[in-house]
Structure formats: structure tokens, C-alpha cells
Design a protein around this ligand. Structure first.
Ligand SMILES: [Zn+2]
Length: 421
């Protein structure tokens, strides 16, 4: 350490430099309504990565990429055997998303590294800012962090429609080879911890008037298809009592499932996001109705419980409407706890920076959820105006962004200097 700790606690990020980065990055994939469309591995995403690579080089960091396309800048420690403190988020967005989700956390981490480099402090860990590929799941949710942690499975290399070829083409466009993606796995012992700043995407901080949300755990999520099978018949000549209407079963399920989660699982959430009806004609009784259903809970036991209750309910609705029903689980992301030493580091950082904080769970999935399986991980949230996210009107006050970035800076310093014991 060449810089006294006293001075270190006064260190702050350069707000204007961060803002300039943010404005520039927000041009890439910009939509006319003020949003962003940078689907993972799209040309816009690749352009954003090229831009980010330039920022890394400009700042004098080592550039690093891996076989799942994760792109990083490294500020190395003088100790070559040091562990790495990873700080990251993602450049990709959902279809017509906002400017802050992912991008602001990644840029804040980059700014933290620049600030630390300029301070001249020599830390006993390598610092690495990392953009994780396909957080949002244009192809495979959390592809990059799954690759890095070794949690990528061969079945993850198909897109949601089971298509191998389109995914391979997208990887090729990004200069990646589908055979090599498993090589992105890193030795967990080389990583000290993972730290991420993100927008809250919720109204809790705003309503409480709190500056920083310290994430305690990240919600578990299960998604499935529920398919009702009835009989296609003439809609006029089949009496109401005779018909086996698949859509009726699905509709009954949707209504009752919402009621059930609201009543019995107050911290759980449910979404029936889509329905496909066959044959889908005006004068034919529906023979098939396929629902997409997703449920989330921060408590793994209760998530299992919801899932069980939903499948029982699906059967009850089928029986009531004299239908067949088929349930297929399509995705499961286990709930994750953030590590106490990282939570603690973020809270200490809030005190150093002089901002208020409150512990909250996250109801959205994040890369920290994946990283937490191999290394102590933590997240801090900044307030989202009106809780809006995945929408062009996503917005956070700049003051909150700066508070978040400074908290990230001091949480990183705390972890680098004190470790995770
Ligand atoms: Zn995100």
C-alpha cells in the first residue's frame, strides 16, 4: 500500500467520465423511443463489446476474453499469484429494453478500476471488470457466467426452440466456436469474490427513500409449459355439456393459480406469460392450449411447494373440464444467497460513502446468482424510478448512479484489503 488508508476512504469515482461513457454506450443499439436493443451476439451487442474493448485499452488495462465471449479488463496486482476480484454485469439487453439494466453496473465497475489505478494504490488482488455474455437469454440465459463457472451443460447450447444451428451461427458471428465454450471454465481458487452493481428494477428503494439496496438473496425461478388437451369439435353443434375445451381448462388454471399464489405465498410471484391455442379458429372448440408458466420465490423450499401446488391445481382444472394435461419443466434457476463477507463489505462501503442502505432480496435473476455457486458473491442495487425496467423508459437518477458507483468502489477496496474471511 502506497496510499494511506485515510486518503483511500476519501477516494471517489469520476462522475463526468462515467456519464460520458454512459451517454456514448447508450447510442449503440438505440431505438427511436429512447430505449436500447442489444440482443446478445447481435451486431449491436458486438459493436458495444468493441466499444468496451476500446475503453479497456484506453484505460491501460489488460484485455481478456474467453470462449463464451466474456470480455474483461484486468488491473493486475504486483503479486502475480494474487486472486482476482471480479466485478461485472452485462452489455446485452432484452428486445427494446432500457439503457441502465446491465450497462450501468458494468460501466460503474470500469470506472472503479480507473479510479483505483489513478490513486496509485497497489492492492493484493487483481481487479477484473467483466461483461458476461447473454445475461438476458436471447440464446441461453447467463451463457457467459455459466461458462466461466463450469455450470454450462450441453443442453444449454440449444436455443429455447431446441435449435442448435441458429445458436451456432450467432456464436460464429461473435468469433466463438460452439465446441470450445466449455473451455471458459475458470479455477474457483483463482477468484476472491464477485461484486455487481445493478438497477433495482423495483420500487422498494424509491418508496423507502433508501440510496442503496444490499442484496441478501436472489430469487429462485422455475418455468414450465402446461398443456391442456381436449377435442376439436364444431363450436355450434357440440353442446356446452359435451365439449372438452382445452382453452377453458387453461383459463381456469390461470385464474385459480393467481388466486392461490396471492393467498398462500405472499412473497412468491407467478406469471402465465403466453398461451398457444390449437387449432385457433373461431368456430372450432380448442383441442389444445399450451401455457407458459413461471414462478419465483426467494425460499427454495417454498418454491418447490409452489411448483407442487401448481401441478396439483393443473390436474384439478383438467379433471373439472374433462381434459388431459401435460406438464413440462423447461427451466430452473435455484435461489442463491449472497455471501456475508460481501454483504458486510457493501454495508461498510455505504458508511464510508455516506449513503443509506437496506437489505433486500432480488426478484430478478442476475449473474451473481451463477457466480455464487463458486465464489462469495454480492450485489448492490440503486433505485429505479417507478420500478420500471425492460422498457425504454427505464431510468435512474444520476445522483443514485454515482452513489452506487462509489459504494461499489469502496466495497471492492474493502474486499481487496480484508479478504472474504
Ligand atoms: Zn440485468
Amino acid at each position: 500500500l502506497h496510499v494511506p488508508l485515510m486518503t483511500l476512504s476519501q477516494l471517489r469515482i469520476n462522475s463526468e467520465r462515467l456519464r460520458d461513457d454512459f451517454e456514448e454506450l447508450s447510442q449503440i443499439g438505440a431505438t427511436p423511443d429512447g430505449g436500447i436493443c442489444r440482443l446478445a451476439l447481435s451486431l449491436e451487442d458486438l459493436e458495444a463489446r468493441a466499444w468496451f474493448a476500446n475503453r479497456i485499452e484506453e484505460a491501460g488495462f489488460l484485455i481478456h476474453d474467453d470462449d463464451t465471449g466474456n470480455l474483461s479488463g484486468v488491473l493486475p496486482s504486483d503479486n502475480r499469484d494474487a486472486k482476482t476480484l471480479l466485478m461485472g454485469s452485462h452489455l446485452d439487453t432484452v428486445l427494446n429494453g432500457g439503457r441502465y439494466d446491465g450497462a450501468i453496473g458494468l460501466l460503474a465497475a470500469l470506472e472503479c478500476l480507473r479510479t483505483i489505478k489513478e490513486s496509485g494504490v497497489d492492492l493484493p488482488v487483481h481487479l477484473e471488470v467483466i461483461d458476461f455474455t447473454d445475461d438476458e437469454g436471447a440464446w441461453q440465459p447467463m451463457l457467459g457466467s455459466k461458462g466461466l463457472t463450469g455450470l454450462l451443460a450441453p443442453e444449454n447450447l440449444k436455443d429455447s426452440r431446441g435449435d442448435h444451428a441458429a445458436f451456432r451461427a450467432a456464436l460464429t458471428r461473435a468469433g466463438l466456436n460452439i465446441q470450445d465454450v466449455f473451455k471458459a471454465k475458470r479455477d474457483p481458487n483463482s477468484i476472491l469474490a464477485y461484486l455487481e452493481m445493478h438497477i433495482e428494477q423495483n420500487v422498494r428503494l424509491e418508496n423507502m427513500g433508501i440510496d442503496i439496496g444490499v442484496v441478501t438473496n436472489i430469487v429462485g425461478r422455475t418455468a414450465f409449459y402446461i398443456t391442456y388437451e381436449g377435442q376439436a369439435r364444431h363450436s355450434g353443434t357440440t353442446s356446452m355439456r359435451e365439449r372438452q375445451d382445452a382453452l377453458q381448462g387453461a383459463a381456469l388454471f390461470v385464474t385459480r393459480a393467481h388466486e392461490m399464489v396471492r393467498t398462500h405465498y405472499t412473497e412468491g410471484v407467478l406469471n402465465c406469460g403466453n398461451i398457444e391455442v390449437k387449432p385457433g379458429a373461431l368456430s372450432i372448440v380448442p383441442s389444445e392450449a399450451r401455457l407458459t408458466v413461471e414462478c419465483r420465490h426467494v425460499n427454495p423450499d417454498l418454491l418447490n411447494h409452489i411448483e407442487q401446488s401448481l401441478s396439483e391445481l393443473a390436474q384439478e382444472c383438467a379433471d373439472y373440464c374433462r381434459l388431459g394435461v401435460h406438464i413440462q419443466r423447461i427451466d430452473h434457476m435455484p435461489a442463491a444467497s449472497m455471501a456475508m463477507p460481501v454483504i458486510h463489505a457493501i454495508e461498510v462501503a455505504c458508511t464510508t460513502v455516506g449513503v443509506t442502505h437496506h437489505r433486500i432480496p432480488s426478484y430478478a435473476s442476475h449473474n451473481a446468482q451463477i457466480l455464487s455457486r463458486i465464489t462469495p458473491s454480492g450485489m448492490l442495487f440503486i433505485p429505479s424510478v417507478n420500478g420500471v425496467s425492460h422498457n425504454p423508459s427505464e431510468y435512474s437518477h444520476w445522483e443514485d448512479v454515482v452513489n452506487g458507483a462509489n459504494t461499489l468502489l469502496h466495497a471492492a477496496l474493502h474486499l481487496a484489503l480484508n479478504g472474504v474471511e
